[in-house]
Write a protein that binds this ligand. Structure first.
Ligand SMILES: [Zn+2]
Length: 108
């Protein structure tokens, strides 16, 4: 990535690496130390998007929701998930719902 001048104030920009959660690749970006103008590098940005997409594909497992009792539903963790995460019965998990099509389960 080439260092260039800030389009806002003309100051020389500084190259910084931005870490993205769950991604090993970092996004290169240019930051203006004077006015705070910020610009992401498209190529390294795309690498991170690609990496996260590939990870999501690799981990995608089709499961059916099962009926428990009353209005409660459940799902099973199959052997692969249990073994790779070292899950045990009684363990605490946190569930968050960032959108209507996503459920994120965090161990601990
Ligand atoms: Zn600037």
């Amino acid at each position: 990535m080439k260092i260039k001048k800030c389009p806002e104030c003309g100051n020389l920009m500084k190259q910084v690496e931005v870490a993205v959660e769950d991604a090993e690749n970092k996004i290169q970006s240019l930051q203006c130390p004077k006015c705070g103008y910020f610009e992401f590098d498209k190529k390294t940005g795309m690498n991170v998007v690609k990496e996260l997409e590939e990870k999501e594909q690799a981990l995608k497992i089709k499961q059916k929701i099962v009926k428990l009792s009353h209005k409660r539903l459940g799902m099973y963790f199959n052997k692969h998930i249990v073994e790779s995460l070292g899950l045990k019965p009684g363990e605490d998990i946190s569930v968050s719902v960032p959108s209507k099509k996503k459920i994120i389960i965090e161990v601990g």
